[in-house]
Ligand binder design. Structure first.
Ligand SMILES: *Cc1c(COP(=O)(O)O)cnc(C)c1O
Length: 346
């Protein structure tokens, strides 16, 4: 059987031969001593690219988010985030376990307005309430289908947050996709926020790694929290070289992933009675639902698709997610959609 078309996530990509060569050739040192030249090069390049004073490597996006919470909050605080954000759904309760915060999910479809945020801030005048100290924005928003958060709303949210004494954090694991889709530079998308996380292990195709960028004092604090969580590495330049290679060679091509997602989504809605709002297909993620009229549920559809060589994730009992990336071609994306249409009786 030929290799499956793997649309479970953009994290399934394997480093290309050129990326592996860059990794093998990378100058390295001990990053806990601040002596890994390739990691240092990546951190200063990213600080500049994101328009921040400083940056720090983290082994995963989850740890970047956890460190951000610890830098910007205290135990017992409340964090406002979009409904179904990664911080609330995909970090095994880390916000509560590692930072001692509770997450208040608001809005819908990955978005909320500044007014909704203001309405969610707990009153400051009575000790029964938790202190709302942080707002987090996920851009693009994964579970909402990779939607790009409109930048005018981001500006209103972060301005209102500052006026009300809240810090602001951007979970930009897919900020590169948001940048390519919106035509806005990463620094522009990052500018309104105190602290920003980006990932190298998704659209850029690196085998691992994320990074936090912000003020010098916040990044200094992040160093201690990274150490405490056990995330300080040694000859990390091997990973950092993959990230640099991804930035040089795989950033501008993300538009191809977005076009492939569009093709997949259009073929799927044309051929099968799924609930899929094409307006949500703005980047490389397609989240769709199986209406009650369809007898099949999401885990069964995912299992049948797997038998036909197409891998995708059942996100909920009637919700599925497909993600396009570096390792799938336009033809494979079209073929995957046709396989689903056939399974759904189209
Ligand atoms: C994948 C993801 C993360 C976490 O990244 P890992 O490297 O898998 O830990 C954080 N936030 C968002 C929005 C993500 O999609």
């Amino acid at each position: 059987m030929t290799a499956p078309i793997d649309l479970r996530s953009d994290t399934v990509t394997r480093p290309t031969p050129a990326m592996r060569a860059a990794m093998a050739a990378a100058p390295v040192g001990d990053d806990q001593y601040g002596e890994d030249p390739t990691t240092n090069r990546l951190q200063s390049r990213l600080a500049e690219l994101l328009g921040k004073e400083a940056a720090i490597w983290l082994p995963t996006g989850t740890m970047a988010n956890q460190v951000a919470l610890r830098v910007l909050t205290r135990p017992g605080d409340e964090v406002i985030a979009a409904r179904e954000s990664h911080a609330a759904w995909h970090e095994a309760g880390g916000g509560a376990a590692n930072a001692g915060v509770q997450i208040h999910e608001i809005g819908q479809q990955g978005r909320f307005t500044a007014q909704q945020m203001l309405d969610a801030i707990k009153p400051r005048n009575f000790a029964i309430f938790p202190a709302t100290t942080l707002v987090e924005v996920e851009n693009t928003h994964n579970r909402a289908g990779g939607v790009v958060v409109p930048q005018d709303e981001v500006l209103r949210i972060c301005t209102a947050a500052r006026e009300h004494g809240l810090a602001s954090f951007l979970d930009g694991a897919r900020l590169w996709n948001a940048s390519v889709a919106s035509g806005r530079a990463p620094a522009e998308l990052a500018a309104p926020f105190d602290l920003v996380a980006v990932a190298f292990s998704k659209g850029l195709g690196a085998p691992g790694g994320s990074l936090l960028a912000g003020s010098k004092s916040m990044i200094q604090s992040a160093h201690r929290h990274r150490q405490r969580l056990g995330g300080a590495m040694r000859q990390n330049g091997i990973y950092a070289a993959a990230a640099l290679h991804g930035l040089d060679h795989h950033l501008q091509r993300l538009g191809e992933d977005h076009a492939n997602a569009r093709t997949f989504a259009e073929r799927l809605v044309a051929g099968a009675p799924v609930a899929l709002d094409l307006a949500t297909v703005q980047t490389n993620i397609i989240v769709f639902h199986l209406p009650p009229a369809l007898a099949i549920d999401a885990p069964t559809l995912a299992a049948r698709a797997r038998e036909r060589g197409v891998l995708l994730n059942a996100f909920a009992s009637r919700t599925l997610r497909a993600v396009t990336h570096l390792d799938v071609t336009p033809a494979q994306c079209a073929q995957a959609a046709q396989a689903l249409v056939a399974l759904l009786g189209g």
